[in-house]
Write a protein that binds this ligand. Structure first.
Ligand SMILES: [Zn+2]
Length: 339
């Protein structure tokens, strides 16, 4: 499963052609235009949902497979009940069952919510409540369509409180992993893993050995890397800025790098090395590169000249292929060659 994360409404036929030529067969899909209030009130979904469904059908006809993402806790409507309550989890279970049924035959691989080990995404839920919500979602989906493949994703692994933003002494990633994969009765098919060594955390492609081997040991499930990537632009913070605890958006610089730089060449090399290591590990069954194309502005601080969320693409802002695109294409072609 070689995938790429993309802003799907912006994709043009040229993008789809370039993806196919590079051997990219998978896309993540989370923009369903789902109307929570309508769902809670027993009303049918609106036009936005219908448009999203049409987009799913069109992408399937174009030959792409989709990894569906179910809603985040922060999107839940007040009518769903008190966050963390039995009623709330039951509502989430029904929402996931609804998605399974609506997209039966169109989307068979699902990720329940996204990175609930990160506090921004967990909203007001505690860690234990997050585990219960994920379990409710997994069960809802499998009850509705048992042949669907369902999992969750975690990013705070290995747990490094103080080094990685959002990772505290609560060891959020480990708590989530133990809660989900430690429940032998839970019908979970794979373990999703997101990580950005060299950009959002210390390390580089060589870190994958420790991360992936350890994560496999922790979860006992086949691993899908739901997000990985390397930013191709941005200067490095000074020692003083790091000491002061600067955030990348604040100083428009990176704290971490692989080999001292964020450049087009380093991005390409990062991708080459990462894909080589993934291919070596039989328990890694898929990987999705983040992301397809550079963004015009940083989604965190909304500034156009912030490197934090603008330079992850295989294509630049103008749509030109970066060296990393060629590397991905070559790696995919090599994988398809008979040994
Ligand atoms: Zn920013």
């Amino acid at each position: 499963m070689l995938g790429v994360a993309a802003r799907l409404p912006e994709l043009e036929s040229r993008d789809l052609t370039l993806m196919r030529q590079a051997g990219i067969g998978w896309l993540r899909f989370g923009e369903f235009g789902f109307d929570h209030e309508a769902f809670c009130s027993g009303r049918p979904q609106g036009e936005e949902f219908a448009r999203a469904k049409a987009r799913v059908e069109a992408l399937r006809e174009e030959g792409f497979q989709l990894m569906g993402l179910t809603p985040q806790p922060r999107e839940m409507h007040a009518q769903a009940g008190e966050p963390g309550s039995v009623a709330y989890n039951d509502c989430y279970r029904r929402i996931c069952a609804f998605f399974a049924e609506e997209f039966r035959g169109l989307i068979t691989w699902w990720q329940i919510a996204n990175e609930l080990d990160i506090w921004i995404f967990r909203a007001t839920l505690s860690m234990d409540q997050s585990v219960e919500l994920l379990k409710a979602g997994i069960r809802g989906m499998k009850e509705a369509v048992p042949e669907n493949k369902v999992g969750i994703n975690i990013t705070l692994y290995p747990s490094l409180p103080g080094e990685v933003d959002g990772n505290t002494e609560e060891h959020e990633g480990l708590v989530l992993a133990r809660g989900i994969y430690g429940d032998a009765g839970l019908p979970v098919d794979y373990a999703g893993f997101d990580s950005y060594p060299g950009t959002w955390r210390r390390g580089g492609p060589e870190s994958w050995h420790e991360y992936l081997d350890g994560f496999y040991q922790l979860t006992g499930k086949p691993i899908i890397i739901q997000e990985f990537g390397y930013a191709s632009a941005g200067e490095m913070m000074s020692a003083e800025e790091i000491r002061e605890g600067a955030y990348p958006c604040q100083v428009k610089k990176w704290k971490f790098s692989w080999g001292g730089a964020h450049s087009l060449e380093r991005q390409a090399e990062f991708l080459r090395e990462s894909l080589r290591i993934f291919a070596e590990k039989p328990f890694v069954i898929g990987a999705t590169y983040y992301s397809w194309r550079d963004a015009k502005t940083c989604w965190q601080c909304r500034e156009p000249d912030c490197p934090a969320e603008t330079a992850w693409g295989l294509l630049d802002r103008e749509g030109n292929c970066k060296p990393s695109y060629g590397v991905l294409k070559a790696a995919a072609a090599a994988e398809l060659q008979p040994a």
